[in-house]
Design a binder for this molecule. Structure first.
Ligand code: ADP
Ligand code: MG
Length: 270
């Protein structure tokens, strides 16, 4: 396999439509390897569509998508690389079974990846310890708090030690403390697996400063101009996007403090 060590994914001229809606319009970008890459943009910008495509979960309608050095349209390549990718879709706990306990949820995912019993148990213990979920092994998912469900979702995604971790709005709907803890946890996980690339979609602008590399998606942003947002906020959003494009993380974070994209989110945790 001719794998590019500097980029984990190349996307070229990718267009994706849902009937009349153009979610991705000739998008071309490169996702650097071994980095924490943030995709920032308002609701409707196309973040989830793009992540689903890179994860191999969404069919490619047009354009070229190369991940780990091969074409994702190639079924054989997809089969080979999918075990190297972990994908946590948008929506807290979407990858979990509410009636299964913490332990049962993780075991379910471990079996999917056909891990041997001993390796499986070692990995489960390691993940439960590092996320602080060990004391809640026997609690059903549906009785966990938002922050705990988010961590359980992460454990399930990480069970097979992926090279690429894709997180779609992992911190939406969890309280600020849990959000901070979540990022600390991701930092520790990366420390343990230094080559791991992490690709994250977020609508929280203040998270911009956490990433090594930023991609700003703003198709929806221009569409929202008519929603009657006050001028100064729009200016701050524009500055944010500009800062993201020139990869000035400090400027992005400062601008983010004044900008909020779209309607304020008040989704309840859990
Ligand atoms: P984001 O994750 O940035 O909010 P999405 O990729 O979810 O963006 O959506 C991009 C655009 O595509 C939006 O206008 C959204 O309404 C539309 N869209 C997304 N999924 C579907 C779908 N399954 N059917 C129809 N339209 C969709
Ligand atoms: Mg989304």
């Amino acid at each position: 396999m001719n794998e590019d060590r500097t980029a984990i994914a190349h996307i070229e001229l990718v267009t994706h439509r849902y009937r009349a809606v153009v979610a991705l319009d000739n998008v071309s970008l490169e996702i650097p390897a071994g980095k924490m890459v943030g995709i920032i943009g308002p609701d409707g910008a196309g973040k989830s569509t793009l992540l689903g495509i890179i994860a191999g979960a969404r069919r490619i309608q047009s354009g070229q998508v190369n991940v780990f050095g091969g074409d994702l349209k190639d079924a054989e390549h997809r089969r080979l690389i999918c075990p190297r990718i972990a994908y946590m879709p948008q929506g807290l706990g979407r990858n979990l079974y509410p009636d299964l306990t913490v332990q049962e949820n993780i075991e379910f995912f471990a079996r999917l990846f056909e891990q041997a019993k001993e390796a499986r148990e070692k990995r489960i213990t390691e993940l439960l310890d590092s996320t602080g979920l060990a004391a809640f092994r026997d609690r059903p998912d549906k009785n966990l708090s938002g922050g705990m469900r988010q961590k359980l979702g992460l454990c399930c995604a990480l069970i097979h030690d992926p090279d690429l971790l894709i997180l779609d709005e992992p911190t939406t709907g969890v309280d600020p403390l849990s959000r901070r803890q979540f990022w600390d946890l991701i930092g520790r996980m990366r420390g343990r697996h230094p080559g791991m690339s992490v690709l994250v979609a977020t609508a929280y602008m203040e998270e911009a400063a956490r990433f090594d590399h930023l991609v700003a998606m703003f198709a929806g942003f221009w569409g929202r101009k008519s929603d009657g947002h006050p001028g100064p906020k729009l200016m701050a959003q524009g500055l944010m996007i500009l800062a993201a494009l020139v990869e000035d993380r400090q400027l992005a974070a400062r601008a983010a403090a004044q900008a909020t994209f779209g309607p304020k989110r008040s989704r309840k945790p859990g």
